[in-house]
Design a protein. Structure first.
Lengths: 196, 713
């Protein structure tokens, strides 16, 4: 084949038997090359010479703003419906709550809820109200004056609900080691939790 | 005309061929072991030496530098002699090159499992080995240029242009990226820090792909493909344009590995647009390969050599289109840190490099042994099982990569992350990771078939150590007037030294334009006043992190996306990394980003997690690190390490390493031990784990104290 006299483009050299044709560059290939070069020039001018386009930081700020709108709306909705919430008894929800509790709450309230820095969650003495919704509120807003931080920046509304539901099950639990003693306050009737 | 008689050296070709097959099998076996550990962490047998973080670099180094490296030398030593009509410049250098390269590979196979690593990807080997690599590479370059200078063929064929570009560029890349300050025999710190280190590293890493895996293999394609097909090359002028386009443009594209990181925007943009401009020059190579086969496609159906070549060249074309696509920032925001990158790398490595290497081996063995291939049928089986292996490898990993990317970014309708727990995204892709290992196994089975076939071929034939040939010597005087029609490039092909100089200029420009301003222009790395050097304990902890190869799975670079901020915290700023010698941004997430890990969990959580990740995170695929709990930290080398860091610009006070540092270290270690006790963990203060916890708890905490001082626009 390579010695075919009908190959007019065959160059007159050979390297270890290898010959070369001198075909023209495929047109579409040449255009592909041109287009990428033109695109590159436009891109660089648009972003770095005229600075028309948004670079990463500006893009990020926009994305954060748009996201905050959606998120704040959801949080506002949760806040306004907060007083009507009831504890969940769904096993999945409680398991999620237990995991969040172990991670975020146990360091101050002890793994079994008996209280360490924070108060005992298993007794009848509730500083900020004994209703389920009171617990949700305390987790949501925190009690900064007493060292309880707000968790709304860390946990999602449904996560706060699951951890509050889990805490609800701790009431009246029999502890292996005695829990933290109540502070100066009168007992608040909590009644048997629905899980007892 | 006086004719000279001389001999081609076949022994050196055979030596490199055997090394290619042996190291190929080793490298792929190690890869398979790593792949299995990703869904079955206990496959490390609880041995630190074969745990994922340490053998991943062993796999990449073995496949790139041992398998493809030896394959490249095999092909070059065979083709160069024939294209130059000359024996290699020096037999001594040839064998020095061979044994030098093999010793480097053996030392890599010993030191990487021991945890001696710089952590810079594809440049992990520690400084004594780096020096050895430089020496051996120079020897190869001398042998290459020496042979070209004593050639009996006036003009250099296109394959040789690619060989020259390879030899020179790899030397420049290796030396620049290897600038490290030794801190003991097998420990060193990169001279560059943070953003600068990242840029130099990926300028190197990207061009290691370009000039170690691509240009030499393009050169080999230009020799072996037309030889095997017995067809003239499609277009000489396409060769010229795509050669110069490729080597000039490739160098600029490195920053596409750092899109949406703390690298300044202008460098990211250059990386992206130069990657796009690379499509055409890369495809020029593919076109010249495939179009050379016009008229002989019937032959392709029968000849396994050509079959392997066609798939190799096609894989090259696919990978070099996909690469630029992944370099588009929008695509990269999804693909980066996911398995997509792994799939991309393997379509290149298994398809292009692997299959072209196999085709060369099937081409060379019968010729070296003056016989027929023992079994064409077996070679055909190898082809099909190899192709199946590639499919089973890359398709599941593409699916996994896109799944990860989408899950990481998914928000629910309320504006919260849909999958806030990173582990959920990993559990989702585990079935894909299993399929990938099956693909890898198939591919490896094919290589064993080839090894047997080549062995039987060698047994059946008789090896010809030297091929005797005759050719006329080169005329000294250039009859310039007689060749009036010669194009300027044709002239250049007759002048190897000028050609070499021009090629070096072409490859230097991109690197210089991108790297130098990163040092000279202060705005590129806005400083943050609250960022301080690591404490002595944290330095040792960071070295444990490096030793165990944590960055194989954990990035330390929060990209400026809301999904990343929600998951990991404020995005990473350039000024946070000014004391990071080397940078540890990573390139893959098989675990969560750790850039702001400090303070996220109590000390005791980290202790239990390192002992058994599944005790704190059920379903985790992280290996256990029980040895960190019992191994003593490297206190003795602390003075070396601190003074090495000071010498490259970390402001530890003079004399700090002799006394005060140890005191500070003890105090911080005691504090951590006390914290651990609170979490009912009893630990001794002199163990690796204490240092590692100190480092992890430090990560990303500096910026919490003060805002960034942004440079004026």
């Amino acid at each position: 084949m390579s010695n075919d006299p009908k190959e007019p483009l065959l160059l007159d050299h050979n390297y270890d038997g290898i010959q070369e044709l001198d075909n023209n560059l495929p047109r579409w290939w040449v255009w592909l090359f041109y287009i990428t070069i033109i695109y590159a020039a436009i891109y660089l001018v648009y972003f770095h010479v005229t600075r028309t386009g948004n670079l990463s930081a500006a893009e990020y700020d926009q994305e954060m703003k748009a996201g905050a709108v959606v998120k704040n709306a959801a949080m506002g909705k949760f806040e306004s419906g907060l007083s009507t919430l009831t504890p969940s008894s769904d096993a999945m929800v409680l398991e999620n709550g237990r995991q969040s509790y172990a991670k975020f709450c146990a360091p101050c309230h002890r793994a079994d809820g008996g209280g360490l820095v924070g108060p005992n969650l298993t007794d009848d003495y509730w500083i900020h109200g004994s209703n389920y919704t009171d617990t949700v509120k305390v987790i949501w807003d925190g009690v900064p004056a007493k060292g309880m931080i707000t968790w709304k920046t860390v946990l999602k509304p449904d996560e706060i609900q699951s951890v509050a539901s889990y805490i609800y099950t701790l009431r009246g639990a029999k502890l292996a080691t005695p829990g933290k003693l109540p502070e100066n306050q009168t007992p608040v009737k909590t009644g048997p939790s629905q899980f007892e | 005309m006086n004719v000279e008689t001389f001999k081609y050296d076949n022994r050196i070709v055979r030596a490199f061929a055997i090394a290619t097959v042996v190291w190929g099998i080793v490298g792929m076996l190690v890869g398979l072991l790593a792949a299995v550990q990703l869904f079955f962490p206990d496959a490390n047998l609880n041995l630190q030496f074969i745990t994922f973080g340490r053998i991943r670099p062993l796999h990449t180094n073995a496949v790139i530098f041992a398998f493809v490296g030896n394959g490249m030398f095999m092909g070059i030593y065979y083709s160069l002699q024939r294209l130059c009509k000359a024996r290699m410049f020096s037999d001594f250098i040839s064998w020095f090159h061979f044994w030098g390269w093999q010793s480097i590979i053996v030392s890599a196979a010993l030191t990487l499992p021991l945890g001696f690593t710089t952590s810079k990807e594809y440049a992990e080997l520690e400084w004594p080995i780096k020096i050895a690599i430089a020496v051996v590479w120079v020897a190869f370059t001398v042998n290459l240029i020496g042979t070209i200078l004593k050639r009996r063929e006036k003009h250099m064929y296109v394959a040789i242009w690619f060989y020259l570009a390879t030899a020179l560029t790899v030397a420049v890349l290796h030396v620049t990226n290897s600038m490290t300050m030794p801190a003991g025999w097998f420990k060193s710190y990169s001279m560059y820090a943070g953003v600068q280190d990242a840029l130099v590293q990926w300028w190197y890493g990207h061009n290691a792909v370009a000039f170690f895996l691509t240009t030499p293999y393009l050169g080999l394609m230009y020799y072996f493909l037309p030889k095997a097909a017995n067809r003239p090359v499609f277009s000489y002028r396409l060769s010229i344009i795509h050669f110069w386009g490729l080597i000039f443009l490739y160098i600029w594209a490195g920053p596409h590995h750092l899109l949406y990181t703390a690298l300044p925007d202008w460098a990211q943009s250059l990386g992206m647009v130069f990657s796009l401009m690379l499509i055409a020059p890369s495809w020029g190579g593919m076109l010249n390969g495939l179009l050379t086969l016009r008229g002989v496609w019937d032959k392709v159906r029968q000849d396994p050599v050509l079959k392997f070549m066609v798939v190799a060249v096609t894989a090259y074309g696919m990978a070099t289109l996909e690469g630029p696509v992944m370099a588009i920032k929008t695509v990269n925001s999804l693909s980066h840190y996911t398995d997509w990158t792994i799939a991309h790398a393997h379509s290149g490595a298994l398809g292009w490099n692997g299959f072209l290497t196999f085709s060369m081996l099937y081409f060379l063995y019968p010729r070296l042994y003056k016989t027929q291939l023992w079994s064409t049928k077996l070679a055909n089986y190898h082809f099909w099982i190899g192709l199946l292996g590639i499919m089973f490898y890359i398709i599941p990993i593409y699916v996994a990569g896109i799944t990860e990317g989408l899950m990481w970014k998914q928000f629910n309708k309320d504006g919260f992350l849909q999958y806030p727990n990173f582990l959920e995204t990993i559990v989702q892709i585990v079935p894909m990771l299993r399929l990938r290992a099956i693909g890898g196994t198939l591919y490896l089975v094919g290589v064993f078939m080839m090894a047997y076939n080549l062995y039987r071929t060698a047994k059946a034939g008789e090896f010809e150590p030297d091929t005797e040939v005759q050719a006329a010597p080169l005329e000294k005087t250039v009859s310039s007037g007689a060749h009036g029609k010669l194009s300027w490039h044709r002239m250049l092909e007759g002048k190897p030294m000028i050609f070499t100089v021009l090629a070096v200029v072409a490859i230097l420009i991109g690197g210089i334009v991108e790297i130098i301003p990163m040092y000279l222009v202060k705005e590129n790395v806005p400083t943050i006043a609250s960022v301080h050097p690591y404490t002595p304990l944290e330095v040792l902890g960071r070295d444990v992190y490096i030793r165990e190869g944590c960055l194989g799975c954990h990035s330390q670079m929060i990209r400026p996306f809301r999904s990343e901020t929600e998951r990991y915290g404020e995005y990473s700023k350039a000024g946070e990394f000014v004391y990071d010698h080397p940078f540890l941004w990573g390139s893959e997430r098989k675990g969560p980003d750790l850039a702001r890990e400090g303070g996220r969990y109590p000390d005791a959580w980290h202790y239990n997690h390192m002992d058994d990740p599944r005790s704190t995170s059920p379903g985790s695929i992280m290996p256990r690190y029980p040895w960190l709990l019992t191994q003593k930290m490297e206190m003795d080398s602390l003075p070396w390490r601190l003074s090495a860091l000071r010498r490259i610009g970390v402001p530890y006070p003079a004399g700090y390493e002799n006394g005060p540092a140890q005191k500070d270290l003890q105090a911080q270690a005691e504090k951590i031990v006390a914290n651990l006790k609170l979490g009912s963990v009893n630990a001794e203060p002199d163990k690796d784990i204490v240092a590692l916890i100190a480092y992890l708890q430090r990560l990303g905490t500096d910026i919490k104290n003060a805002p960034v001082t942004t440079a004026a626009k």
